[in-house]
Design a binder for this molecule. Structure first.
Ligand SMILES: [Zn+2]
Length: 291
């Protein structure tokens, strides 16, 4: 019994998605939001919407770190910012006011089908999106377009022995605008996601890979998958990528379980570059294709 209690406590400390949290597709529940938030008319433009509703795991540390980061960035650049966990902000009228949307560790079935559709239209019509850490944790199976077309690879687990490890990150796209000024490789401590492969990346552009020889990709605590190696060297374990969808641009990063990621000057530079790139529109669509 003592073992069972210890195991349960350990399990509760691990952040992972749960299929039990996925509602039936199309279902609207009391956990969804129906009353849009009030957004002051004085919010500067352009503006960033930072969204952190969590109906799955809630990363309080990572959410706080990203909230602070984007508050600093918008302040430094004279941009507006609206930070909320109210999913009802995803309506066509309010989304028009935002140039960028950040899914700050959004988990679970956070949006109604109508809200999901508002986001999809906003993105395809030229929106700029950034997804952080558990925005790609496979807890969004109710929203297949997002899971398949925006994220792609399916999260399968993260190490739990230990959960946080220093690992070597490798720059996979040195010529990409987001990777300019980013070292060829650097060490970073985080909770490292593994995915079910690279095939589902499709036409996404992988930017960062993980050297699986630099940490222990073992899951010793939960689920049925112990070996989290993806194989194939750093290119076989992408951990950040971009994708162009319609007229929109997206950037996903698996980093950032903890607020401390946002103290890493290299990661801050990467996010600033990503923010600039997702906002850029050029005829050549530089950075939308691999190579
Ligand atoms: Zn996490």
């Amino acid at each position: 019994m003592r073992t069972l209690i210890a195991f349960s406590a350990a399990l509760a400390a691990i952040c992972t998605s749960s299929s039990a949290q996925v509602a039936d597709p199309g279902e609207v529940s009391a956990r969804h939001d129906s009353a849009p938030p009030e957004i002051t008319e004085f919010m500067p433009s352009p503006a960033i919407l930072v969204f952190s509703k969590t109906l799955g795991w809630r990363h309080n540390e990572g959410i706080a770190g990203a909230d602070r980061f984007f508050a600093e960035v918008t302040s430094d650049n004279g941009m507006g910012i609206f930070t909320t966990a109210n999913g009802a902000v995803f309506n066509p009228e309010q989304l028009k006011r935002f140039e960028v949307i950040v899914f700050n560790n959004m988990t679970g079935d956070a949006l109604t089908p109508e809200q999901e559709e508002a986001f999809q239209k906003w993105l395809e019509n030229g929106g700029a999106w950034i997804g952080l850490h558990s925005a790609g944790d496979n807890s969004h199976a109710d929203w297949s377009w997002y899971d398949d077309k925006v994220i792609g690879p399916e999260f399968v687990g993260h190490p739990a022995g230990p959960q946080f490890q220093e690992a070597r990150l490798v720059n996979l796209a040195t010529a990409h605008p987001i990777m300019r000024g980013i070292p060829a490789e650097w060490m970073h401590t985080d909770e490292w996601y593994s995915f079910d492969g690279t095939e589902a990346l499709g036409d996404a552009v992988p930017l960062l890979g993980l050297d699986e020889d630099s940490y222990s990709p073992q899951n010793l605590l939960y689920g049925d998958r112990e070996d989290l190696r993806m194989g194939g060297g750093p290119a076989g374990h992408p951990i950040a990528w971009t994708r162009c969808i319609g007229k929109g641009r997206t950037f996903y990063s698996g980093l950032g379980h903890n607020h401390t990621s946002y103290d890493d000057p290299i990661y801050r530079k990467l996010l600033l570059n990503a923010l600039q790139w997702v906002r850029t529109r050029d005829d050549a669509n530089e950075g939308c294709q691999r190579g």
